[in-house]
Ligand binder design. Structure first.
Ligand SMILES: Nc1ncnc2c1ncn2[C@@H]1O[C@H](COP(=O)(O)OP(=O)(O)OP(=O)(O)O)[C@@H](O)[C@H]1O
Length: 252
Protein backbone atom coordinates (compact mmCIF):
# COMPACT_ATOMS: atom_id res chain seq x y z
CA UNK A 1 0.00 0.00 0.00
CA UNK A 2 1.19 3.57 -0.60
CA UNK A 3 2.71 5.38 2.34
CA UNK A 4 -0.11 7.67 3.59
CA UNK A 5 2.17 10.61 4.28
CA UNK A 6 3.37 10.69 0.73
CA UNK A 7 2.65 13.70 -1.43
CA UNK A 8 1.36 13.26 -4.96
CA UNK A 9 4.17 12.61 -7.42
CA UNK A 10 2.05 13.04 -10.53
CA UNK A 11 -1.17 15.02 -10.86
CA UNK A 12 -3.34 16.08 -13.75
CA UNK A 13 -5.94 18.80 -13.31
CA UNK A 14 -8.55 19.33 -15.97
CA UNK A 15 -6.39 17.61 -18.58
CA UNK A 16 -8.10 17.86 -21.94
CA UNK A 17 -6.97 16.72 -25.39
CA UNK A 18 -8.89 17.43 -28.58
CA UNK A 19 -8.19 15.80 -31.92
CA UNK A 20 -10.39 17.74 -34.32
CA UNK A 21 -13.93 16.99 -33.19
CA UNK A 22 -12.86 14.14 -30.88
CA UNK A 23 -12.37 14.95 -27.19
CA UNK A 24 -9.88 12.19 -26.42
CA UNK A 25 -9.32 13.32 -22.81
CA UNK A 26 -12.06 15.36 -21.17
CA UNK A 27 -11.22 17.26 -17.98
CA UNK A 28 -9.23 14.43 -16.40
CA UNK A 29 -8.08 14.77 -12.76
CA UNK A 30 -5.71 11.99 -11.75
CA UNK A 31 -3.16 11.48 -8.98
CA UNK A 32 -0.28 9.03 -8.51
CA UNK A 33 1.45 9.07 -5.11
CA UNK A 34 4.86 7.79 -4.17
CA UNK A 35 4.69 4.10 -3.40
CA UNK A 36 1.52 3.64 -5.41
CA UNK A 37 0.62 1.61 -8.49
CA UNK A 38 -2.37 3.28 -10.12
CA UNK A 39 -4.29 1.58 -12.92
CA UNK A 40 -5.86 3.22 -15.95
CA UNK A 41 -8.39 1.12 -17.82
CA UNK A 42 -11.20 1.65 -20.29
CA UNK A 43 -12.56 0.35 -23.59
CA UNK A 44 -10.65 0.64 -26.85
CA UNK A 45 -10.49 4.29 -27.85
CA UNK A 46 -11.34 5.55 -24.33
CA UNK A 47 -8.28 7.80 -24.29
CA UNK A 48 -5.72 5.87 -22.22
CA UNK A 49 -2.74 6.23 -24.53
CA UNK A 50 -3.75 9.83 -25.22
CA UNK A 51 -3.48 10.53 -21.50
CA UNK A 52 0.02 9.07 -21.40
CA UNK A 53 0.93 11.11 -24.48
CA UNK A 54 -0.46 14.30 -22.96
CA UNK A 55 1.20 13.82 -19.57
CA UNK A 56 4.58 13.10 -21.16
CA UNK A 57 4.30 15.96 -23.67
CA UNK A 58 3.67 14.01 -26.87
CA UNK A 59 0.09 15.26 -27.37
CA UNK A 60 -1.06 18.89 -27.16
CA UNK A 61 -3.29 19.40 -24.13
CA UNK A 62 -4.93 21.99 -21.94
CA UNK A 63 -5.10 21.81 -18.16
CA UNK A 64 -2.29 21.15 -15.72
CA UNK A 65 0.29 18.41 -15.25
CA UNK A 66 2.32 18.52 -12.03
CA UNK A 67 5.35 16.45 -11.09
CA UNK A 68 6.05 16.53 -7.35
CA UNK A 69 3.98 19.72 -7.15
CA UNK A 70 5.72 21.53 -9.99
CA UNK A 71 3.93 22.43 -13.23
CA UNK A 72 5.53 20.62 -16.17
CA UNK A 73 2.79 20.98 -18.79
CA UNK A 74 4.70 23.58 -20.77
CA UNK A 75 7.92 21.56 -20.87
CA UNK A 76 9.09 19.53 -23.87
CA UNK A 77 8.92 15.72 -23.61
CA UNK A 78 12.68 15.67 -23.16
CA UNK A 79 12.58 18.08 -20.22
CA UNK A 80 9.72 16.19 -18.59
CA UNK A 81 11.82 13.04 -18.89
CA UNK A 82 14.77 14.77 -17.28
CA UNK A 83 12.50 16.07 -14.52
CA UNK A 84 11.79 12.45 -13.57
CA UNK A 85 8.75 11.41 -15.61
CA UNK A 86 9.20 8.38 -17.84
CA UNK A 87 7.05 6.17 -20.02
CA UNK A 88 7.10 2.97 -21.98
CA UNK A 89 5.59 2.65 -25.45
CA UNK A 90 3.04 0.11 -26.61
CA UNK A 91 5.47 -1.12 -29.25
CA UNK A 92 8.45 -0.81 -26.95
CA UNK A 93 10.93 -3.09 -28.63
CA UNK A 94 14.44 -3.25 -27.28
CA UNK A 95 17.52 -2.86 -29.43
CA UNK A 96 18.26 -6.48 -30.29
CA UNK A 97 21.95 -6.07 -31.04
CA UNK A 98 22.74 -4.19 -27.81
CA UNK A 99 23.22 -5.68 -24.37
CA UNK A 100 20.60 -5.03 -21.73
CA UNK A 101 22.93 -2.50 -20.05
CA UNK A 102 23.45 -0.66 -23.32
CA UNK A 103 19.70 -0.63 -24.00
CA UNK A 104 19.42 1.38 -20.80
CA UNK A 105 22.50 3.46 -21.47
CA UNK A 106 21.23 4.82 -24.78
CA UNK A 107 18.28 6.43 -23.01
CA UNK A 108 20.44 8.13 -20.39
CA UNK A 109 23.11 9.55 -22.68
CA UNK A 110 23.77 13.16 -21.90
CA UNK A 111 23.67 15.64 -24.70
CA UNK A 112 25.89 18.62 -25.49
CA UNK A 113 29.23 19.40 -23.89
CA UNK A 114 28.45 17.46 -20.72
CA UNK A 115 27.76 14.36 -22.78
CA UNK A 116 30.95 14.83 -24.76
CA UNK A 117 33.02 15.09 -21.59
CA UNK A 118 31.29 12.05 -20.12
CA UNK A 119 32.00 10.13 -23.35
CA UNK A 120 35.67 11.08 -23.23
CA UNK A 121 35.98 9.72 -19.72
CA UNK A 122 33.88 6.66 -20.47
CA UNK A 123 31.20 7.36 -17.89
CA UNK A 124 28.24 7.58 -20.19
CA UNK A 125 24.89 6.18 -19.20
CA UNK A 126 25.73 2.67 -18.08
CA UNK A 127 26.63 3.59 -14.51
CA UNK A 128 23.25 5.28 -14.04
CA UNK A 129 21.41 2.31 -15.55
CA UNK A 130 22.53 -0.31 -13.06
CA UNK A 131 20.23 0.60 -10.14
CA UNK A 132 17.17 0.24 -12.37
CA UNK A 133 18.29 -3.25 -13.39
CA UNK A 134 18.89 -4.27 -9.79
CA UNK A 135 15.56 -2.83 -8.76
CA UNK A 136 13.75 -5.09 -11.21
CA UNK A 137 15.77 -8.19 -10.42
CA UNK A 138 17.74 -7.97 -13.67
CA UNK A 139 21.20 -7.46 -12.23
CA UNK A 140 22.44 -10.71 -13.75
CA UNK A 141 21.18 -9.75 -17.23
CA UNK A 142 23.23 -6.61 -17.85
CA UNK A 143 25.69 -8.19 -20.27
CA UNK A 144 23.16 -10.33 -22.12
CA UNK A 145 21.21 -9.50 -25.25
CA UNK A 146 17.42 -9.20 -24.97
CA UNK A 147 16.76 -12.28 -27.13
CA UNK A 148 18.60 -14.39 -24.57
CA UNK A 149 15.93 -13.53 -21.98
CA UNK A 150 12.36 -14.74 -21.51
CA UNK A 151 9.64 -12.44 -22.82
CA UNK A 152 8.69 -11.56 -19.25
CA UNK A 153 12.21 -10.43 -18.45
CA UNK A 154 12.42 -8.51 -21.74
CA UNK A 155 9.31 -6.60 -20.65
CA UNK A 156 11.00 -5.81 -17.36
CA UNK A 157 14.04 -4.51 -19.23
CA UNK A 158 11.65 -2.13 -21.00
CA UNK A 159 10.47 -0.88 -17.62
CA UNK A 160 14.06 -0.60 -16.37
CA UNK A 161 14.90 1.41 -19.47
CA UNK A 162 12.14 3.87 -18.57
CA UNK A 163 13.40 4.07 -15.00
CA UNK A 164 17.04 4.51 -15.93
CA UNK A 165 18.50 7.88 -15.10
CA UNK A 166 16.54 8.44 -11.91
CA UNK A 167 12.87 8.64 -12.96
CA UNK A 168 10.39 9.04 -10.13
CA UNK A 169 7.17 8.26 -11.96
CA UNK A 170 6.80 5.79 -14.79
CA UNK A 171 3.80 5.39 -17.08
CA UNK A 172 3.54 1.82 -18.40
CA UNK A 173 1.47 1.54 -21.59
CA UNK A 174 0.42 -2.10 -21.98
CA UNK A 175 3.68 -3.43 -20.58
CA UNK A 176 2.44 -7.01 -20.21
CA UNK A 177 1.14 -7.48 -23.76
CA UNK A 178 1.98 -10.97 -24.99
CA UNK A 179 2.79 -12.42 -21.57
CA UNK A 180 1.11 -15.60 -20.40
CA UNK A 181 -0.62 -15.73 -17.02
CA UNK A 182 2.42 -16.84 -15.01
CA UNK A 183 4.68 -14.28 -16.66
CA UNK A 184 2.09 -11.57 -16.09
CA UNK A 185 1.85 -12.44 -12.38
CA UNK A 186 5.65 -12.34 -12.05
CA UNK A 187 5.74 -9.04 -13.91
CA UNK A 188 3.12 -7.58 -11.59
CA UNK A 189 5.10 -8.69 -8.53
CA UNK A 190 8.18 -6.86 -9.79
CA UNK A 191 6.16 -3.69 -10.42
CA UNK A 192 4.78 -3.89 -6.88
CA UNK A 193 8.18 -4.30 -5.29
CA UNK A 194 9.52 -1.49 -7.46
CA UNK A 195 7.15 1.09 -5.96
CA UNK A 196 8.14 0.09 -2.42
CA UNK A 197 11.20 2.26 -3.01
CA UNK A 198 8.98 5.35 -3.33
CA UNK A 199 8.43 5.44 -7.08
CA UNK A 200 4.98 5.95 -8.58
CA UNK A 201 3.54 3.89 -11.43
CA UNK A 202 0.60 4.46 -13.76
CA UNK A 203 -0.26 1.11 -15.32
CA UNK A 204 -2.38 0.72 -18.45
CA UNK A 205 -3.12 -2.81 -19.51
CA UNK A 206 -5.82 -4.92 -21.12
CA UNK A 207 -4.94 -7.74 -18.73
CA UNK A 208 -7.66 -7.02 -16.19
CA UNK A 209 -6.29 -9.50 -13.65
CA UNK A 210 -2.93 -7.75 -13.72
CA UNK A 211 -4.47 -4.32 -13.22
CA UNK A 212 -6.94 -5.33 -10.53
CA UNK A 213 -4.42 -7.49 -8.64
CA UNK A 214 -1.47 -5.13 -8.72
CA UNK A 215 -2.97 -1.64 -8.41
CA UNK A 216 -3.80 0.30 -5.26
CA UNK A 217 -6.36 2.39 -7.11
CA UNK A 218 -7.84 2.28 -10.58
CA UNK A 219 -9.19 5.03 -12.83
CA UNK A 220 -11.69 4.08 -15.53
CA UNK A 221 -11.94 6.17 -18.68
CA UNK A 222 -14.84 6.11 -21.13
CA UNK A 223 -15.04 8.50 -24.06
CA UNK A 224 -12.18 10.46 -22.53
CA UNK A 225 -13.86 11.06 -19.15
CA UNK A 226 -13.12 9.48 -15.78
CA UNK A 227 -16.27 7.48 -14.98
CA UNK A 228 -14.92 5.75 -11.86
CA UNK A 229 -11.94 5.81 -9.54
CA UNK A 230 -11.17 3.76 -6.46
CA UNK A 231 -9.74 0.54 -5.06
CA UNK A 232 -9.96 -2.41 -7.49
CA UNK A 233 -12.75 -4.11 -5.55
CA UNK A 234 -14.95 -1.00 -5.75
CA UNK A 235 -14.24 -0.37 -9.40
CA UNK A 236 -14.91 -4.01 -10.23
CA UNK A 237 -18.45 -3.65 -8.85
CA UNK A 238 -19.20 -0.14 -10.14
CA UNK A 239 -22.33 -0.32 -12.31
CA UNK A 240 -21.08 2.40 -14.65
CA UNK A 241 -17.88 0.45 -15.21
CA UNK A 242 -19.74 -2.77 -15.81
CA UNK A 243 -21.97 -1.08 -18.34
CA UNK A 244 -19.19 0.82 -20.07
CA UNK A 245 -16.42 -1.65 -20.14
CA UNK A 246 -16.06 -4.84 -18.29
CA UNK A 247 -19.34 -6.52 -19.08
CA UNK A 248 -21.20 -8.31 -16.33
CA UNK A 249 -19.86 -11.74 -17.27
CA UNK A 250 -16.25 -10.53 -17.37
CA UNK A 251 -16.20 -9.73 -13.67
CA UNK A 252 -18.55 -12.39 -12.34
N1 LIG B 1 -3.19 11.35 -33.27
C1 LIG B 1 -4.52 11.27 -33.26
N2 LIG B 1 -5.25 11.99 -34.14
C2 LIG B 1 -6.59 11.93 -34.13
N3 LIG B 1 -7.31 11.19 -33.27
C3 LIG B 1 -6.64 10.44 -32.38
C4 LIG B 1 -5.22 10.45 -32.33
N4 LIG B 1 -4.83 9.60 -31.32
C5 LIG B 1 -5.95 9.13 -30.78
N5 LIG B 1 -7.04 9.62 -31.40
C6 LIG B 1 -8.44 9.35 -31.05
O1 LIG B 1 -8.58 9.65 -29.68
C7 LIG B 1 -9.42 8.68 -29.04
C8 LIG B 1 -8.64 8.03 -27.90
O2 LIG B 1 -7.65 7.16 -28.46
P1 LIG B 1 -6.56 6.41 -27.56
O3 LIG B 1 -5.63 5.71 -28.49
O4 LIG B 1 -6.00 7.35 -26.59
O5 LIG B 1 -7.46 5.34 -26.81
P2 LIG B 1 -7.01 4.08 -25.94
O6 LIG B 1 -7.92 4.05 -24.76
O7 LIG B 1 -5.56 4.13 -25.69
O8 LIG B 1 -7.36 2.87 -26.93
P3 LIG B 1 -6.71 1.39 -27.03
O9 LIG B 1 -7.17 0.65 -25.82
O10 LIG B 1 -7.34 0.85 -28.28
O11 LIG B 1 -5.23 1.54 -27.13
C9 LIG B 1 -9.89 7.73 -30.12
O12 LIG B 1 -11.13 8.18 -30.60
C10 LIG B 1 -8.82 7.87 -31.18
O13 LIG B 1 -9.34 7.57 -32.46
Amino acid sequence: MPMPENEPLLETRGLTVRYGGVVANDDVDLTVRAGEVVGLIGPNGAGKTTLVDAVTGFAPSTGEVLLAGRRIDRLSPHRRRRAGLARTWQAGELFGDLTVADNLAVTTQRRGVGGLVADMFGRRGTAAADPALELLGLGDCAARRPDELSLGRQKLVGVARALAGGSRVVLLDEPAAGLDTDESVAFGAEVRSMVETGLGVLLIDHDMNLVLDVCDRVYVLDFGRVIACGPPDEVRRDPAVITAYLGAEAIA
